[in-house]
Design a protein around this ligand. Structure first.
Ligand code: ME8
Length: 509
C-alpha cells in the first residue's frame, strides 16, 4: 500500500540550523505523527543540501574541505532533530552515492531525450541565491538585498528546456487549486507565469564551482544545486526501482515561502519531463521575522533552538512554533511571546487542568474512574465543545492550520477549567448526598483530559506520554472506525498519581 509521504526542504549546510529550519521540520513532524495516529503508514523525509557555491565558499573560509564541513554541520542538524523528537524515517545528504546516482540517471535520461542543450549564456549571477537573476528583478536600478552581490558572467552552460512546459503548468495550477497552498502563493506563481518562462540553466563549469554532482555527459561541469537538490524527493524512495510506487507521488512537500519558485515551477517541469506524476500538494508557510527582518543566517538575526530547549524543553519549542508561525502571513519572534505562551497556555491552563483532574480523582475516588452519575451544570456544554474540537481538529490538521487547532484545543482546556470552578468538586465531596454529581464531574474531566492527551500528542511527544502515564493508558490513538477519541475510558479504570507537567516557575536558565 502507498505510504503517506511527507518531506521538508533539505537545508543548506553553510551554517547551523536556526529556529526557522527547526519550525519547518517540527511542522512536518507534527503532520507525520498525526497521520500515524490515524492509522496511516508514513514516510517522513528530511535532510541536507550540501553542494553549491555557498557551501564551497564557507568551507574555504574555514580552511576545511567541503565534505568535512558538511559532515560537521550534518552532526549539528541531526543533534537538533534528536533533541526536538523529530520522527523522520530517513535523513538524506546530497553528497551520498544513493542520491548522486539518481541525479545522474535523470540528467542522462533527459539529455538522451533532447530535453537538455548546451548554449553560451551571459547573465547576472547571485551566489547568495545560487541563481541567475534578470534585470526585471531590479528595484530602483539595484538588485534586492536578498541576492547579495550580483555579478555579470558569461559562460557556456547546459540548459533544461523548461520554457516549453509553461502553458501546461499554468493549466495544471488552475485546474488543481489544492496543489499549491495557501491560495495566495498560487496566485503569486500564476502572476510570475504570466511572463514568458525561459529555460533553466542547470550546470556550472567546474572552473568556477567544483563542489557538485558531475554532469554524466560532460565532466567539465557540475549540476546546478537546485536541480540536484529537488531530486532528493525521488532519489531516496528509489526512483527507477520497484519500491518507488510505495512512496510516490509524495503527499506533501512542506517548504518556506521563499522557495516556491523552484518547487512550484522547476520541479513540476522536471517531473513532467521525466514522465512521473507531480506531488499531491505543497504547503509554503510564512517566515519568522526577528527584529522586523526575516530571520536568516545571512543577516545573523537568528534564534538558536537549542538555547530554547535548554531554557524550557522540546515540547515548549514545538508548541510555540505550531501556535505562532503562520501559513499565510509572517510572524514576529520575541522571547516575551515565547514565555507568555508557555506560562499561560502550557503551565497554567493545560498543566493545571491535568494536575487537578488526576489529583481530585485520587483524593475523592482513590484514582478509580466513576461511572457518570447525576447531570448538572455545564456537562453537556463541555461534551459538546469537546466533540466540536475533535471535528475541527480532524478537518484542520491536514491543512497545517496548527495555530487555529491549538487555539481551539486551548479553548477546550479553558472551558474544562471553568467547569471545575463552576462545579467546585471540593464542595461536592463534603456532602454525601452529592456523590453522584461528583462522579459525573470527575468522569467528564478525565474524559476531556484523555481527549486533549490524544489531540495534543503530535505536538507534545514528551508531555503526552506523561499524561498517558497518569491516566494509566498505554498511549493515545484514534479509533480507526470513527476517528473518535472521546469516551475511551471505561468506569472503574484505575488511574495513576498526579505529577506536574510543566514547571510553572521561571525557565531553567
Ligand atoms: O533553501 N522563517 O535551504 P535553506 C521560517 N537548500 N522558516 C525559515 C526561515 C524563517 N525565517 N528561514 C529558513 C534551502 N526557514 C534549500 C532548499 S529543497 C529541495 C532545497 C526554513 O537552508 C524554511 O523551510 O536556506 C525555508 O524554506 C528553509 O528553511 C530554507 O532553508
Amino acid at each position: 500500500m502507498k505510504k503517506y509521504y511527507i518531506t521538508t526542504p533539505i537545508y543548506y549546510v553553510n551554517d547551523r540550523p536556526h529556529l526557522g529550519h527547526a519550525s519547518t521540520t517540527i511542522w512536518a513532524d507534527v503532520q507525520a505523527r498525526f497521520q500515524r495516529m490515524t492509522g496511516r503508514e508514513v514516510f517522513f523525509l528530511t535532510g541536507l543540501d550540501e553542494h553549491g557555491t555557498k557551501v564551497q565558499q564557507t568551507a574555504k573560509k574555514r580552511g576545511v574541505e567541503p565534505q568535512a564541513h558538511a559532515d560537521e554541520m550534518a552532526a549539528s542538524f541531526r543533534n537538533l532533530w534528536k533533541q526536538l523528537h523529530i520522527s523522520n524515517d530517513d535523513f538524506v545528504r546530497t553528497s551520498e552515492p544513493r542520491h548522486k546516482k539518481v541525479v545522474q540517471k535523470v540528467l542522462q535520461e533527459l539529455h538522451d531525450r533532447g530535453e537538455i542543450y548546451l548554449a553560451e549564456h551571459e547573465g547576472w549571477y547571485s551566489a547568495r541565491a545560487e541563481q541567475f537573476v534578470t534585470e526585471k528583478e531590479m528595484v530602483n536600478g539595484k538588485f534586492p538585498e536578498i541576492y547579495g552581490d550580483v555579478v555579470k558572467i558569461s559562460e557556456k552552460n547546459y540548459f533544461f528546456k523548461m520554457g516549453q512546459y509553461q502553458s501546461w503548468l499554468v493549466e495544471y495550477l488552475k485546474g488543481n487549486p489544492g496543489f499549491l497552498q495557501p491560495d495566495s502563493r498560487r496566485n503569486e506563481i500564476l502572476g510570475f507565469l504570466s511572463q514568458p518562462l525561459g529555460d533553466l540553466c542547470i550546470s556550472r563549469p567546474k572552473s568556477r564551482l567544483s563542489w557538485g554532482i558531475e554532469m554524466p555527459f560532460d565532466k567539465d561541469y557540475v549540476t546546478y544545486v537546485w536541480f540536484d537538490a529537488l531530486i532528493n524527493y525521488i532519489s531516496v524512495p528509489g526512483y527507477g526501482e520497484a519500491r518507488f510506487k510505495e512512496f510516490w507521488p509524495a503527499d506533501v512537500h512542506l517548504i518556506g515561502k521563499e522557495i516556491i519558485t523552484p518547487h512550484a515551477i522547476y520541479w513540476p517541469a522536471m517531473l513532467k519531463a521525466i514522465g512521473i506524476d507531480l506531488p499531491r500538494q505543497m504547503f509554503a508557510h510564512g517566515w519568522w521575522l526577528f527584529g522586523n527582518a526575516k530571520m536568516s543566517k545571512t543577516l545573523g538575526n537568528v534564534k538558536d533552538p537549542i538555547e530554547l530547549i535548554q531554557s524550557y524543553d522540546a515540547d515548549a519549542v514545538r508548541y510555540f512554533v505550531c501556535r505562532e508561525l503562520q501559513l499565510a502571513g509572517d510572524s514576529n519572534y520575541t522571547d516575551e511571546l515565547f514565555k507568555q505562551r508557555y506560562d499561560s497556555e502550557l503551565a497554567n491552563d493545560l498543566g493545571n487542568l491535568v494536575n487537578r483532574s488526576i489529583s481530585m480523582l485520587q483524593r475523592y475516588r482513590s484514582g478509580k474512574l466513576p461511572a457518570v452519575g447525576s447531570q448538572g451544570t455545564g456537562d453537556d456544554e463541555l461534551q459538546k465543545q469537546a466533540a466540536e474540537t475533535v471535528e475541527f481538529y480532524l478537518e484542520n490538521m491536514p491543512l497545517f492550520q496548527y495555530g487555529r487547532v491549538l487555539e481551539r484545543t486551548g479553548r477546550l482546556v479553558q472551558r474544562a477549567n471553568q467547569y471545575v470552578e463552576e462545579n467546585a468538586p471540593w464542595k461536592l465531596a463534603k456532602d454525601a448526598g452529592l456523590a453522584g454529581r461528583l462522579d459525573t464531574v470527575l468522569n467528564r474531566l478525565v474524559e476531556v483530559v484523555y481527549t486533549l492527551g490524544t489531540l495534543l500528542s503530535p505536538f507534545l511527544p514528551e508531555t503526552s506520554p506523561k499524561i498517558a502515564a497518569q491516566l494509566q493508558v498505554p498511549g493515545f490513538i484514534f479509533s480507526k472506525k470513527d476517528l473518535s477519541c472521546l469516551k475511551s475510558l471505561k468506569p472503574q479504570h484505575q488511574t495513576g498519581q498526579p505529577t506536574p507537567l510543566f514547571p510553572r516557575s521561571e525557565p531553567k536558565k
